[in-house]
Design a protein around this ligand. Structure first.
Ligand code: AMP
Length: 225
């Protein structure tokens, strides 16, 4: 049964490859909320050759952050959609302090707030190994790992049988840049949410199921029927 609540607004923080997408998908299913991955939204724009896609592609290719102006517009539009009325799960936003403040401002105008911010901690060397072997199903963004979490049949998605791909920005030199960018902002963001008593830090360097148990416990405590 889907738990009942008036509005559940969640944020997942953590380095690239820390499992935010995987845990967000599990939460989205459990609470029947939209999973909003800003990275997926941006890559989608690039794949569709839109004006926005053309504007952001250089940053995506280099593993750098897209401007707060562009991201603010994107997130505002997305949260405004009907499917976010009961809440949402943000994966990849906010990435720096200014984005967190903007998000709080947008939500305050709607009489809402972030209920819980889950930070998945994973050491850099584990991230490099994880992303080096990551395989993605482009249609659904389901992800696998060549060694740690292989698909049932080599190179194809378990559910659709469609081919899996490597992300362009999972190349080693780009991963290093993405990690550098992450660490430049991580402390400030965590402090911001810790000061507001919204932050829960979880060891993400464990199995998906064990991490999911902790995520569920920390989020469940905020669900008010
Ligand atoms: P991700 O899939 O979350 O690792 O995001 C892929 C890429 O999209 C990042 O390396 C950034 O270039 C861009 N991106 C995603 N979310 C944001 C954000 N909140 N602010 C700035 N850039 C972002």
């Amino acid at each position: 049964m889907t738990p009942t609540f008036s509005s559940l607004n969640l944020v997942l923080l953590g380095p690239p490859g820390s499992g935010k997408g995987t845990q967000a998908r599990l939460l989205a299913e459990r609470y029947q909320l939209p999973h909003i991955s800003t990275g997926d939204m941006l890559w989608h724009e690039v794949a569709n050759g839109t004006g926005l896609g053309g504007e952001v592609q250089p940053e995506l290719d280099r593993g750098e952050l897209v401007s707060d102006r562009v991201m603010g517009g994107l997130i505002l539009q997305r949260i405004d959609r009907d499917d976010c009325a009961r809440g949402f799960i943000l994966d990849g936003y906010p990435r720096r302090l200014g984005q967190a403040e903007l998000l709080d401002g947008i939500l305050a105008e709607l009489g809402r707030r972030i209920e819980r911010v889950v930070l998945l901690e994973v050491p850099d060397e584990v991230i490099v190994a994880r992303l080096g072997g990551r395989l993605v199903h482009p249609g659904s963004n389901r992800s696998y790992h060549e060694i740690f979490d292989p698909p049932r049949a080599a190179g194809v998605d378990d559910l659709t049988g469609e081919p899996l791909e490597k992300r362009d920005d999972d190349r080693a030199e780009i991963v290093r840049e993405r990690l550098r960018v992450y660490h430049a902002h991580a402390r400030g963001l965590a402090d911001y949410y810790r000061n507001r008593e919204q932050l829960v830090v979880i060891d993400g360097n464990r199995s998906i199921a064990l991490v999911a148990e902790d995520v569920d416990r920390s989020v469940g405590a905020r669900v008010v029927a």
